[in-house]
Ligand binder design. Structure first.
Ligand code: SF4
Length: 95
């Protein structure tokens, strides 16, 4: 159903005839770590994520799995590291 709150006109699975069913009833803006991601879009002067309504939560446990500008890799010790080269590798391949 199309959003009528923050991202007006965008199809969203949280939108219902009774209104937005996500947490407090609206999407939250992106966080600093989202900078450079292709999934961001501006709505009425604020930047939001096109894929997830609470961007900060997507970074709680390492890198956001929807991010287009970074890639999470697990090192030999089992720690999650963020590889920021994903976008530049894509650009080098000509995409
Ligand atoms: S996909 Fe992840 S990194 Fe990209 S804008 Fe959304 S929450 Fe941020």
């Amino acid at each position: 159903m199309k959003c009528v709150t923050v991202k007006k006109g965008v199809n969203c699975s949280f939108m219902a005839s009774s209104g937005c069913s996500f947490k407090d009833g609206f999407c939250l803006p992106v966080v600093e770590k989202c900078e450079g991601c292709d999934r961001t879009k501006e709505f009425e002067g604020k930047i939001y994520c096109n894929s997830y309504p609470d961007p900060e939560a997507k970074w709680d446990h390492g890198a956001c799995n929807f991010a287009t500008h970074v890639q999470a890799v697990v090192d030999k010790a089992g720690k999650v590291k963020i590889n920021p080269l994903k976008a530049s590798k894509r650009a080098a391949r000509g995409r």
